[in-house]
Design a binder for this molecule. Structure first.
Ligand SMILES: NC(=O)c1ccc[n+]([C@@H]2O[C@H](COP(=O)([O-])OP(=O)(O)OC[C@H]3O[C@@H](n4cnc5c(N)ncnc54)[C@H](O)[C@@H]3O)[C@@H](O)[C@H]2O)c1
Length: 368
C-alpha cells in the first residue's frame, strides 16, 4: 500500500498527515523529512496500545531522551487533573518549547495531550499518532484540544495544531469492532455533509471498511480526512462553516452526558445516534426528502450501526437530554441550534429550534 499524504494549512501552521500501513517504523525519518527536531520527548501512550507497536515507536528514538506517561483513556480521565500531571512531568524534566509532546492513542489521548502541549510555556511541539479510526478520520485534524468538566464535555480547551500527524492503519488491527463502528460514524458524517459519491462508496463497502481491509480502509480514511481538511482550512476557529462538522453532535453530547459518559454508550456510538436523530429531525420538518431519508436510514439501520434510542433511554429521560442540549457550548440562548441536512452533501447550519419543538419531536417521532 502506498502511503498517502495530506497537507493541512491553517492561518499560522502547515502540517502533514501521513496515512498508510506500517509507517510507524519510519517515524524517525518522517520527523527528519519534516524538519521536526527536539532533544526530549514526552510520550502520552494509551494503555491499550499493543506493546509491539509501542516498541516500534520507542526504537525510532534511541538517541533521544524519552519519557513515558501511560494513560488510561476514558472520559473521566479527560480532565484537568491529568493535564496537571502531564504539565508537572514537563516542568520536572525541564522541557523547553523546542522539545516535543507526542500522543499515541485515540481521540481522548490526543485531546488531552494536545491541550497540555498548548499550555506548556504557551506551546511546545506536538506530534499526534492517532490509533483509533475515530482519531484518524476526525479528532487528529483541525487542532481542537480540551478536557471535560462536571458541567459538560470539552468545555475547557484550545485550538492548537500539531506539527505532524501519522495515521498508521496497522493500529486498527487491535481495535475492537465497537471502536471501528464509532470511527465509521464520523466517516459517514463526513460523507453526509459533503459528498454523495463518497456516501455511495461507503454504502457499498461498509463491511470491508469495518474489517480493516487495506484498500478500503485507506480510501475511507483518506477521503474523510480530505473533507475535514477542506472545512477546517476554510474556518479554523468554527465561526461559520466548520459548524457543519457538528451534524448530530448537539444530540450526541446530550446523550453522553445524560448517561454520565458511561461505557454503555461511548462517544462514537452517541455520535451515530445523534446523526440518526438529526437526519430524522430533518425529515420530520420536511427539510430532507423521503428518498434521501430512506437511503441514509437504511444504511444506518441495516448495517448494524447503533441507531435505536430505546436501547439507551426512555421518554422519562427527555427533559434531562434537553437540558444538556441547552448547556452545549454551541448554544448561547434559550433556543437550540441544530445542524441539519437538506440533501446528502448539503447541510444547513442556521436552524434554531425551541426546546418545546425538539421535545415534541423526541417524544412523538424518535421514541416508539
Ligand atoms: N478534537 C477533535 O476535533 C475531536 C473530534 C472528535 C472526537 N473528539 C474526542 O475524541 C474522543 C473519542 O475518541 P476515541 O473514540 O478515539 O476514543 P478513545 O481515545 O477513548 O479510544 C477508544 C478506546 O480504544 C482504545 N484504543 C485506542 N487505540 C487502540 C488500539 N490501537 N488498539 C486497541 N485499543 C485501542 C482506548 O484505550 C479506548 O478504550 C472523545 O473524547 C471526543 O470528544 C475530539
Amino acid at each position: 500500500m502506498k502511503t498517502k499524504k495530506i497537507i493541512i494549512k491553517t492561518s499560522n501552521q502547515r502540517y502533514p498527515i501521513y496515512i498508510g500501513k506500517n509507517i510507524i517504523d519510519k517515524l524517525s525519518s518522517i520527523l527528519n523529512q519534516n524538519f521536526i527536531k527536539f532533544e526530549k520527548c514526552l510520550m502520552i501512550i494509551d494503555k491499550n496500545i499493543p506493546s509491539k507497536m509501542i516498541s516500534k515507536i520507542k526504537n525510532s528514538f534511541m538517541n533521544k531522551q524519552v519519557y513515558i506517561f501511560m494513560f488510561r483513556a476514558n472520559e473521566k480521565n479527560k480532565s484537568q487533573k491529568i493535564i496537571n500531571q502531564i504539565l508537572k512531568i514537563l516542568l520536572d524534566k525541564n522541557f523547553s518549547r523546542e522539545d516535543c509532546l507526542m500522543t499515541i492513542g485515540g481521540g481522548i489521548t490526543g485531546d488531552v495531550g494536545g491541550f497540555a502541549a498548548s499550555l506548556f510555556k504557551r506551546g511546545l511541539k506536538f506530534v499526534n499518532i492517532p490509533t483509533t479510526l475515530l482519531a484518524q478520520v476526525d479528532s487528529s485534524i483541525g487542532g481542537k484540544t480540551g478536557v471535560n468538566t462536571k458541567h459538560g464535555k470539552n468545555l475547557i480547551g484550545s485550538f492548537y495544531q500539531p506539527k505532524l500527524v501519522v495515521s498508521d492503519l496497522e493500529f486498527l488491527d487491535s481495535l475492537k469492532k465497537r471502536e471501528m463502528i464509532c470511527g465509521y460514524g464520523e466517516i459517514l458524517k463526513h460523507s453526509l455533509i459533503s459528498n454523495k459519491i463518497f456516501f455511495y462508496f461507503l454504502s457499498k463497502n461498509l463491511k470491508n471498511i469495518l474489517k480493516n481491509e487495506s484498500k478500503y480502509i485507506q480510501k475511507a480514511v483518506y477521503e474523510s480526512c480530505l473533507i475535514k481538511k477542506k472545512v477546517v482550512e476554510e474556518d479554523e476557529k468554527e465561526k461559520n462553516i466548520r459548524k457543519v462538522l457538528n451534524l448530530g453532535h448537539t444530540f450526541a453530547h446530550a446523550y453522553e452526558a445524560s448517561l454520565k459518559y458511561s461505557n454503555k454508550l461511548n462517544h462514537g456510538e452517541a455520535v451515530l445516534l445523534g446523526i440518526y436523530t438529526a437526519v430524522k429531525f430533518s425529515f420530520a420538518i420536511k427539510l430532507l426528502n423521503h428518498k434521501e431519508f430512506i437511503l441514509i436510514s437504511n444504511h444506518i439501520e441495516k448495517s448494524g450501526l447503533p441507531f435505536n434510542i430505546n436501547h439507551y433511554f426512555s421518554t422519562k429521560n427527555i427533559d434531562k437530554i434537553l437540558s444538556f442540549m441547552q448547556k452545549d457550548k454551541k448554544n448561547n440562548s434559550s433556543k437550540i441550534n441544530l445542524i441539519l441536512l437538506k440533501k446528502i452533501g448539503h447541510p444547513i447550519i442556521t436552524k434554531v429550534y425551541t426546546k418545546r419543538a425538539i421535545k415534541n419531536f423526541l417524544k412523538k417521532k424518535l421514541f416508539n
